[in-house]
Design a protein around this ligand. Structure first.
Ligand code: GLN
Length: 486
């Protein structure tokens, strides 16, 4: 494989600047790679080759004129297919939106365009981002580049797989309960879920609005910081976007974590976590200690309730958000409706897959009169307890660590018949979304040839601390240099 295909964006940026490679050459190279591996990996729902070639040419002209280029200018990027792209199909991997052409760009897309990145295409996901394996995609399943019989994780499985398979340099995903971090962990790449409100959700097709966040999937921690610099920031178009100054995240990459206080979440190091995963996390913790961090165990008793609470709150919000797909304002319409009601019923019956229907039913139930207090309200109260557990811990520690996922990538088909066991994939990532804090997953080992991810969680708006910790660890290890042999 051409070694340009495995480089992170900051290295390619140098080469572009030195005119050792042009963006057009890079783009050609990445599309050749897509052609040779995409039939195995199936990371993309839509490829945007024409758009990409045009973009790359424009960047090359700029370089030839001697103009300065930004860090992502001319760099091939994958975009999760729940991010609205004007005039380019945005399907959410759902049949109901199979032909949807958004009339506007998501704010992050505007920012990516302004930054001059080259769009490779729109990546596959679990339908409406509901799932942990991309097996809930309404179109096809993405495969894990490390082992094609296993899943890439989800819901941003396409975004993680395209980076791992070198079909794009980096990508954007979204994370409601783990959908950036868990696929990053399964595919051996870096994935960061920013603080809720840090990145604009305008134009991100809504799943659970109080939990959704957009974030980067990259080959290394430096690239995650670079992509964060571009997408973070206040947006008046998103009422939950935070008007908080954005630092230069690359400045946090000092490599120095001496005296940093790290809490190891003991509740996520026991029952239900595979031994190989536990061993890799323990070794990572030891490495962090060698680097000068102060390590202690911390217990988060409310975590036990995070998963059941999430599966009340997320479906409740989803049932309300997905009401808009009525075949009138949006989406697939049944070909031959008998009357208005059958038009609604049949369009939604045909358009939504089984997991989405399950969530709409659960969500409608927990919000209904007589049940609202028992379920939704109760879950919101427990959500406060989770936040308080984090607040207490962060009064003592700078960052917290745990496994990202209880296991490495599982076999395709293994959990599709058992939604509960699928839901348990997110046991370590969901508490983070419930509290709105930032967290990163980065490679920290292998088991059976499959990558393991270390999760580092930080205080609200302190992405710098998690990037700093992750960078120090990455510099001291070689895990992120491993590439799948496709
Ligand atoms: N796997 C979780 C779910 O199915 C999280 C998905 C996500 O973060 N979008 O809800």
């Amino acid at each position: 494989m051409n070694e340009l295909l495995i480089k992170p964006s900051h290295e390619l940026h140098e080469l572009l600047n030195k005119k050792e490679v042009s963006s057009s050459e890079l783009t050609k190279l990445f599309f050749e790679r897509v052609e040779s591996v995409e039939n195995k990996v199936k990371a993309f729902v839509t490829l945007t080759k024409e758009e990409a070639i045009k973009k790359a040419k424009a960047v090359d002209e700029k370089i030839s004129k001697g103009e300065k280029i930004g860090p992502l200018e001319g760099i091939p990027i994958g975009l999760k297919d729940n991010l609205c792209t004007r005039g380019i199909k945005t399907t959410c991997s759902s049949k109901i939106l199979a032909n949807y052409l958004p009339p506007y760009n998501a704010t992050v897309i505007e920012k990516i365009i302004a930054a001059g990145a080259v769009p490779v295409g729109k990546t596959n996901l679990d339908e409406f981002a509901m799932g942990s394996s991309t097996e809930n995609s309404g179109f096809f399943t993405t495969k894990n580049p490390w082992n094609l019989e296993t899943v890439p994780g989800g819901s941003s499985g396409g975004s993680a797989a395209c980076v791992a398979a070198s079909e794009a340099v980096l990508s954007l995903g979204s994370d409601t309960g783990g959908s950036i971090r868990q696929p990053a962990s399964f595919c051996g790449v870096v994935g960061l879920k920013p603080t809720y409100g840090r990145v604009s959700r305008f134009g991100l097709i809504a799943f659970a609005s109080s939990l959704d966040q957009i974030g980067p999937l990259t080959k290394d921690v430096t690239d995650a910081a670079i992509l964060m610099n571009i997408i973070a920031g206040y947006d008046p178009k998103d009422s939950t976007s935070a008007n908080v100054a954005v630092p230069d995240y690359t400045k946090a990459l000092t490599g120095d974590i001496k005296s940093l206080k790290i809490g190891v979440v003991s509740d996520l190091m026991g029952k239900g976590i595979d031994n190989a995963v536990k061993d890799a996390i323990k070794a990572a913790i030891k490495k962090l200690e060698e680097l000068g961090a102060v390590i202690e165990e911390v217990s988060m008793p409310s975590f036990e309730y995070a998963l059941p609470c999430y599966y009340i709150i997320a479906p409740a919000e989803a049932s309300s958000n997905l009401a808009r797909y009525d075949a009138v304002k949006f989406g697939h319409r049944t070909p031959d409706p008998q009357d208005l009601l059958s038009m609604y019923y049949n369009s939604r019956r045909e358009g939504f897959g089984p997991e989405v229907k399950r969530r709409i039913m659960i969500g409608t139930y927990v919000l209904s009169a007589g049940y609202y207090d028992a379920y939704y309200l109760k879950a919101m109260q427990v959500r406060t307890l989770i936040k308080q557990d984090f607040e207490k811990a962060f009064a003592k520690y700078d960052v917290l660590v745990s496994p990202t996922s209880p296991s490495v990538a599982f076999k395709a088909g293994e959990k599709t018949g058992d939604p509960l066991s699928m839901y348990l994939s997110d046991i370590a990532t969901i508490p983070v979304n419930m509290a709105g804090i930032p967290a990163i997953s980065l490679p920290c080992g292998f088991s059976n040839g499959l990558p393991i991810g270390l999760q580092i969680m930080g205080k609200v708006f302190d992405e710098e601390a998690i990037l700093k910790t992750a960078y120090a660890y990455e510099q001291a290890t070689e895990w992120n240099k491993q590439r799948p042999n496709l």
